[in-house]
Design a protein around this ligand. Structure first.
Ligand SMILES: Cc1ncc(COP(=O)(O)O)c(C=O)c1O
Length: 404
């Protein structure tokens, strides 16, 4: 790395004076958890995605747990999902003592192959848990139709997809507008907007929403806001097992500011993704493809390396140039936590999932990136590919041209 070039991280949240001021406002108000800021964030998020209900929780993993519980996933029940996802997707099924049933991803993307779902359905199937991986909407239309046909609820793991859109009955709609039964979002700092940690559940079903609110606060029959505002003494009950999955008002206040920034953040990310795509077009097949009916928020920009390239070596070469990357999305079934054969079931070959984990890397993408940064990443990637694929000086076809 030359002394003049700064490092390029893989991701970077946009947090400024507005968020700092919002947190200060909450601290000085004296009400710091699940209070008015959480309620306002929920309303604003519901409006943003076009959902009837939005319930804030501590993170997306807890959101997934509550969503699966709400549709009745219990001991031995099967949930059809992907192995090619962050481990929390399948872990949430196991929190309910359910069995994640893995099917493979599409040939030309990183989302569930909807054509494999029906063959994976058994009398034990309790839900389909699809993932909008890296912010790219999955084939929700086909998945929802399968769910309806078999009377199986569809839960969307939309951890990465805040602000992503899907063409639905001829209109562009936000992910989370209750296309499936429940959608779960993450506000971890690697996501497009962040509250530090945080999550949200959206649904059109008021019964689900009521349960989320009950379970996120220990199963307590009366909320703090109601007790606080009451002129009568109220004793609460705990009739059901609940959890502490609350979001704090500090997080929610930051989230409201992030939501205000979101349209601009997505516009910047789309512009950067377009730049990447143009610059990477010298090596066809490297860039991710946006289906005609999907608009990604480009939470991550994942590229598929040529088969001859050594993923780790390419990543190291980039890191040596001060450019941070991550390997592509993991495969849950290959982790030690899933070594026990009873922990999951594979309902199809997972070959594409495995190959995607081995052959893809995530390039830096964050709203503050400049055109120059993108050019630097692409140049370093081409150089790394030439070096790694052809250590003896006989560069791979296409790379010579790309480097000119
Ligand atoms: C697809 C997916 N699901 C679930 C999660 C878990 O989100 P959280 O960290 O908010 O619990 C993540 C986080 O990276 C994710 O990428």
């Amino acid at each position: 790395m030359s002394a003049s070039s700064s490092t390029i991280p893989v991701a970077k949240p946009v947090l400024g004076e507005e968020e700092a001021e919002a947190a200060r406002r909450v601290i000085l108000s004296g009400w710091v958890t699940q209070g008015p800021e959480v309620a306002a964030f929920e309303r604003e998020f519901a409006d943003f995605v076009g959902a009837a209900h939005a319930c804030a929780v501590s993170n997306c993993t807890t959101a997934l747990h509550l969503a699966l519980k709400a549709v009745g996933v219990g001991a031995g029940d099967e949930v059809i999902t992907v192995s090619h996802s962050f481990i929390a997707t399948a872990n949430a099924v196991r929190y309910c003592d359910g069995v994640p049933v893995f099917v493979d991803i599409e040939a030309d993307g990183y989302n569930i192959d909807a054509s494999l779902i029906e063959a994976a359905i058994t009398p034990r199937t309790k839900a389909i848990l699809c993932v909008h991986q890296l912010g790219m909407p999955c084939d929700l239309r086909s998945i929802v139709e399968i769910g309806r046909r078999h009377k199986i609820p569809v839960i969307e793991d939309a951890a990465c997809a805040t602000g992503s859109e899907i063409l639905w009955d001829g209109r562009w709609e936000k992910i989370g507008k209750a296309h499936g039964d429940i959608a779960c979002f993450s506000f971890h700092p690697r996501k497009v907007v962040t509250t530090g940690d945080g999550g949200m559940l959206t649904t059109a079903n008021s019964d689900h929403d009521r349960k989320f609110r009950l379970w996120r606060q220990h199963g307590m029959s009366v909320t703090d806001a109601v007790r606080h505002g009451s002129k009568q003494v109220i004793f609460e009950d705990y009739d059901e097992l609940g959890y502490n999955y609350r979001m704090t008002d500090l997080q929610a206040a930051v989230g409201r500011e992030q939501l205000r920034r979101l349209p601009q953040l997505i516009a910047q990310r789309r512009r950067l993704a377009e730049l990447y795509r143009k610059r990477l077009s010298l090596l066809p097949g490297l860039s991710p493809v946006e289906p005609r009916w999907a608009r990604s928020n480009w939470q991550s920009f994942c590229v598929r390396l040529p088969e001859t390239a050594d993923q780790r070596a390419v990543m190291q070469a980039l890191l040596d140039q001060g450019i941070s990357t991550r390997r592509g999305v993991m495969n849950i079934h290959l982790e030690g936590a899933y070594a026990d054969r009873n922990s999951h079931r594979a309902a199809s070959s997972l070959m594409r999932s495995v190959s995607a984990q081995r052959q893809t890397i995530i390039l830096p993408l964050y709203a503050q990136m400049t055109e120059f940064d993108v050019a630097r990443v692409v140049e370093a990637l081409y150089a790394a590919l030439a070096e790694v694929a052809a250590p003896n000086g006989s560069a791979q076809p296409g790379l010579d041209a790309a480097l000119v």
